[in-house]
Write a protein that binds this ligand. Sequence first.
Ligand SMILES: Nc1ncnc2c1ncn2[C@@H]1O[C@H](COP(=O)(O)OP(=O)(O)OP(=O)(O)O)[C@@H](O)[C@H]1O
Ligand SMILES: [Mg+2]
Length: 291
Amino acid sequence: MDCLNNVSTLRENIMNAAQLPVAEHKVRCIAITGGKGGVGKTNISINLATSLSKLNKRVMLLDADFGLANVDVVLGLNPEKNLLHVLENQCSLKDILVDGPDNIKIVPASSGVKRMANLNSLEQSGLISAFSELGDDLDIMLIDTAAGISDSVVHFARAAGEVIVVVCDEPASIADAYALIKVLSKDYSVHKVNIISNQVESKAHGEMLFNQILKVINKYLDVSVNYLGSIPEDSYLKKAVKRQLAVTTAYPRSRSAQAFKDIAKKINSKKSEENSSGNLEFFAEQLVQLN
Ligand SMILES: Nc1ncnc2c1ncn2[C@@H]1O[C@H](COP(=O)(O)OP(=O)(O)OP(=O)(O)O)[C@@H](O)[C@H]1O
Ligand SMILES: [Mg+2]
């Protein structure tokens, strides 16, 4: 009898699970940003995406960088359509997804990003449901943001729920990263950021950069800061860029590819309850509050 009860409870559980709305599936949304241009945001986004995918995560990379060397240029992709076409109701979000290396999916968004600041309410709800439809097929969405601290950059970072700030060893990089974190904390209630040091000579060099920014943040801001690690300056990464490939694909044994692997493991090991982000629908809802 007990056995029969167990079977029916199991069946009920399965039925309930099947009825869960799409939005119940948690998708971590992580924005890669940095304030200063050229610090390595796009390359870090691509290579963390491939490294997380190698850890069996289903990863999507949203290209929110409307600069010159955005994700599709760096990877030599030629997307026919982008987020602008979705916003203009010409196709669905699934139609514009491009296959990237290591099974990652890429949303070419660049030319839709500026348009996002001027959506009417119908377009806003269209974008929200477009994103929430993808939720079941994904575990992590990374967002490559543009340089600077324009409204769109800050809104993407705020909407993501998790933020990675990239710094390198230049006074302007530390100053711009601090300015970005200040705006995020004071105007957008973001009180937790992660840091990656890029183009470093050694692990100690990366930690030194982290400590520099930590010192000013602790002095002036109410933000908790988590260090994810560093990526070395690596000629193999530059070679991979020239070949329009991810370094993790082209040179998986290079020092930078190993560092991406270590940081991806760290990101992956974070317990789900620590994740502040909810789901893709939440992300899109936050995003369209640009207006
Ligand atoms: N770890 C590294 N080792 C060697 N070169 C690097 C490294 N990281 C970045 N670079 C170099 O810096 C260039 C700029 O990197 P990337 O395009 O990723 O920066 P970005 O922050 O996205 O720039 P933008 O602000 O223009 O979007 C790369 O093309 C590469 O040549
Ligand atoms: Mg970039």
